[in-house]
Design a protein around this ligand. Structure first.
Ligand code: GLA
Length: 354
């Protein structure tokens, strides 16, 4: 176990980094500031250690450049809510408008900017908890939230969220890690191979709010049902890319009313140089693929300078603006009914069998 001082937050609180290690030597470094994943070191096909996530060197960077969401635990509700407004049971709610008039990742006071309390820390497991009071960010209900990161000896990073509120509210947490399976300093991810097990994606209109439709991926750059290089179709004349500057879209990985129940493999990615493969397994109804379109000259850890396309996010969640969209599954939780949701990132190399 290794707990290190990370820095003093702007409100004067001491923050720490916690290292988890499994039997395969995989290492995860998590910060109690923001429940942020700062480092994830796995072995490549030559048995070299590779840090596969983008991150910052200092705590200060995480507090000033919080809108990149590097490694962030995002909540209470991930992604966009149109105009920062929604209705629940006839009551109107107003949230921050922090992104072109819409609410993104719950506004200016996201959970990734808070100091979390470490409630469990062992060799390969850490749990961090947060109390989000009634009216926090504009939502109703005192929400108790715990996120647990576990590194199993099968090289899985298991991320478990537990949420319990005393009032009916929305709950749609995610993790916003940017992966680069060739190593965080290795440049573009456009030659990574990607598979997403989704027949439909959610097209967006201006300011990236869903149109309300589900569109078949067939014959579009959104078809990742068979393994394809991330960059292969990025320059295709596709109307969605004009609006989003790249992939920044929700893929529907589970359909139907019980779509959030049960774990399912939803995506595979592979670093073309490292041979590191990542499988994403989740109980969430969908996943946002984001190709770091808005990252530019971003100074990262170990002297890295990140540009657009130097990482990709696979953020498991409910669809953007789901609460305002008639046909979308809704991230609503009920009073004193604890919700547990899980996403697993499993790593292996092309030298190993799955
Ligand atoms: C999410 C959004 C993107 C972008 C990033 C943060 O993934 O969908 O549009 O705002 O967060 O930069």
């Amino acid at each position: 176990m290794l707990k290190e001082f990370f820095g003093t937050s702007r409100s004067g609180k001491r923050t720490h980094l916690y290292t988890l290690i499994n039997k395969q030597g995989t290492q995860l470094v998590v910060s109690d500031f923001g429940a942020i994943i700062r480092k994830l070191i796995v072995r490549d096909k030559s048995d070299m250690s590779v840090d596969v996530v983008l991150g910052y060197e200092s705590l200060e960077k995480y507090t000033t450049n919080y809108d990149t969401y590097f490694g962030a635990t995002v909540g209470r509700v991930a992604n966009r809510i149109k105009d920062g407004k929604f209705n629940l049971d006839g009551k109107k709610y107003t949230l921050d408008q922090n992104n072109d008039g819409n609410c993104l990742h719950s506004g200016f006071n996201g959970y990734h900017t808070r100091l979390w309390k470490v409630t469990d820390y062992r060799d390969s497991v850490i749990s961090l908890s947060l109390t989000s009071p009634d009216k926090d960010q504009g939502f109703d209900g005192n929400l108790q939230l715990t996120v647990t990161f576990e590194l199993t000896d099968h090289n899985e990073l298991v991320v478990t969220y537990e949420g319990n509120s005393d009032k009916k509210t929305l709950f749609n947490p995610t993790n916003h890690t940017y992966f680069n399976l060739n190593g965080h300093k290795s440049g573009s991810i456009l030659n990574h191979d990607l598979t997403i097990e989704a027949d439909y994606f959610v097209p967006v209109g201006p300011n990236m709010i869903p149109t309300g439709d589900f569109q078949l991926v067939t014959d579009t750059p959104m078809d990742f049902r068979t393994e394809t290089k991330i960059g292969k179709r990025l320059n295709d004349p596709f109307d969605q890319f004009v609006l989003t500057k790249g992939y920044d879209h929700h893929f529907v990985t589970k359909e139907g009313p019980d779509s959030h129940l049960g774990l399912k493999t939803i995506a595979h990615a592979k670093g073309d140089l490292s041979g590191i493969k990542m499988t994403v397994i989740s109980d969430r109804p969908g996943v946002q693929l984001y190709t770091a379109n808005f990252v530019s000259d971003e100074l990262g850890k170990d002297g890295a300078e990140y540009q657009a396309r130097d990482g990709f996010c696979l953020e498991t969640q409910y669809a953007p603006d789901a609460i305002n969209q008639t046909n979308f599954a809704k991230p609503i939780i009920f009073p004193n009914k604890k919700v547990v949701t899980q996403t697993i990132f499993k790593f292996n190399t092309t030298n190993e069998s799955e």
